[in-house]
Design a protein around this ligand. Sequence first.
Ligand code: S3P
Length: 433
Amino acid sequence: MAAVRIHPAGALRGTLRVPPDKSLTHRALLLGAVSDGPVRVARPLESADTAATLGAIQSCAVRVDGDLGDEIVIHGVGLRGLRAPGRIDCGNSGTLMRLIMGILVGQRSGTVVLDGDASLSRRPMARVADPLRAAGAAISTAPGGLPPVEVTAGMPLTGTVHDLPVASAQVKSAALLAGLFAEGETVVSEPAPSRDHTERMLSAAGVSLTGEGLTRRLTGPVDGIQLPDLEVPGDFSSAAPFLAAGALIPGSEITLQGVNLNPARAGLLEVMRRMGADVSVASPRRVAGEPCGDIVVRGGAELVAASVEAPEGPSLIDELPLVALLGAHAQGVTVVTGAAELRVKETDRIATTSAALEGIGLRLAARPDGFTVEGPGTITGGRVDAAGDHRLAMLGAVAALASGTGVAIEDFACVAVSYPGFARDLATLGAAA
Ligand code: S3P
């Protein structure tokens, strides 16, 4: 397919309601599916990733009325009521594959093979399979701990202490979900705070979760859960490209309405403030048990370099490619360390971000666990290969808007994994594709 060319923009101005949160939509679908009764979800995200999760629960004989993007009712079948299909195609979604493992291991019977696209087939699954096996689950992976993953339900599970080596919400969530079915106490500790949406939703669904700091505890087996009806707030990770573009382009003023500001997600705001960007939050409120608000970004401030170290990394893990671009524009050396997780995302995002910056006249020095970027440089324009990674497609678009001559983005269509209406929303702010 031909590359999509995005042209440099003048000031971006206007107000946007970014798409609903992807992480919350996955969790609402999965927890709604195993609730004791119907759950109404307003504004579930319509995207390739969340369509895969909807398809997954439907293939487990869960009825869902309505459409993603509008309002749905999930007719929950109870905690142990999923019917195991032979196979679930998880598409590009690591969140789906990893979280559903934690639910499938607790079902009464059946064997399910989980597979996905070429990108997902390269992503590590032993990080979930190992802790679930330690709790008694029967799971096998392809060599190297890769998909396809085969889960056989019906094994007795025992509460287990999991000392997770990586800060991953997906791994933490799978271990906690399996804990619902396990006899005794499940304890999950992580090395740094990752997003806690699963914990918040499980608590709202009536599960007693305790623990402090980086440790969560729950005692099983739990008889049943009932997720309350909810509305999905806006996705911080979909607001992030506009925050970066607004900060990079002088004269811009963009308001992003109703964005999830969970502190384990919104780390980019803090880093942008350290860089001197003009970002502020208005109308703080709570939606679906999550702190939300409107974010206003104004362009033109001189940016300075910033450092991002573990344990801050997980709070902006999906936004670090944008930090590279902001850093290339800022005075000084921006250093990101302790973020080796970037290597195992939809692409190796250290390698693909480096290639993207090189394609537009900038330079990033890769490290095993992050990168350094020296600025200020000029975004001349050129070519970016999204390489099937939706976050790279958005990075290319932001770079294009702030560039001298525009950017041709290969494989731009993969933006639909999380944000199918991205180009349309850019256009409403005055950008031209
Ligand atoms: C997600 C968690 C993060 C993030 C991903 C979505 C989630 O991955 O990168 O885009 O919804 O739990 P890890 O938990 O593996 O860091």
